[in-house]
Design a protein around this ligand. Structure first.
Ligand code: GRF
Length: 207
């Protein structure tokens, strides 16, 4: 059984999709042992509490980079975490942690990377940019986390169409529905060693 830590900063609907996928066995051989939030009083922490999952708040701004890294690594070691999932997490992980967990950390981003990603592109800002650009498709991306912002190797993407009567809010809603489908699919493949590398590019291969 693989132990997961889910890192959050907000409502936690992606965390909930993982909790539900484990309960319905869409994700096999894994348990969520720890939820780490970058902020206090976010709804994601209530979801963790409701499902009896241990949680901690680790705010980057209240400590030095080294203290922040050691606090995170200490928690992950205490709970014997094998894989880390960033689900609506808004802080940047320290390099020591991303190196230590190389190819064992994934993030969900609400756009089709490399479009509408990187510094400043998070939450509704992404969907407003998609709306203003008149893009005809948007979507979500699950990728490995390296030392950069939304720069790790892409594992899975799925798109949604953008119609004339869409708003940034309706685009966000459509994309969030996609997120709740692809993130559990990727977590299941990750913990069951079904992500294979082809010339430096990861693909899910359940064969
Ligand atoms: C999601 O769109 C996620 O991709 C983005 O933040 C939004 C909220 O996620 N990073 P959640 O409901 O907190 O999981």
């Amino acid at each position: 059984m693989k132990c997961l830590a889910v890192l959050v900063s907000g409502s936690g609907s992606n965390l909930q999709s993982l909790i539900d996928a484990i309960a319905t066995k869409k994700i096999s051989n894994a348990t969520i042992e720890l939820v780490i939030s970058s902020k206090n009083d976010v709804y994601a922490l209530q979801r963790a509490n409701k499902h009896g999952i241990a949680s901690a708040v680790v705010a980057r701004r209240q400590q030095s980079e080294t203290e922040y890294q050691n606090r995170l690594l200490g928690l992950l070691k205490d709970y014997q975490i094998d894989y880390i999932v960033l689900a609506g997490f808004l802080d940047i992980l320290p390099k020591g942690l991303t190196d230590h967990y190389r190819h064992r950390i994934i993030n969900i981003h609400p756009s089709l990377i490399p479009a509408f990603c990187g510094k400043g592109f998070y939450g509704m800002r992404v969907h407003q940019a998609v709306y203003q650009s008149a893009a005809k498709v948007s979507g979500a991306t699950v990728h490995f986390v390296d030392g950069g912002i939304d720069s790790g190797a892409i594992i899975m993407q799925r798109s949604v169409e953008v119609f004339a009567d869409d708003t940034a809010e309706t685009i966000a809603q459509k994309v969030l529905q996609i997120e709740h489908i692809i993130l559990p699919e990727v977590v299941d493949a990750l913990v069951n060693q079904q992500i294979k590398w082809y010339d430096g590019r990861p693909f899910i291969n359940k064969g």
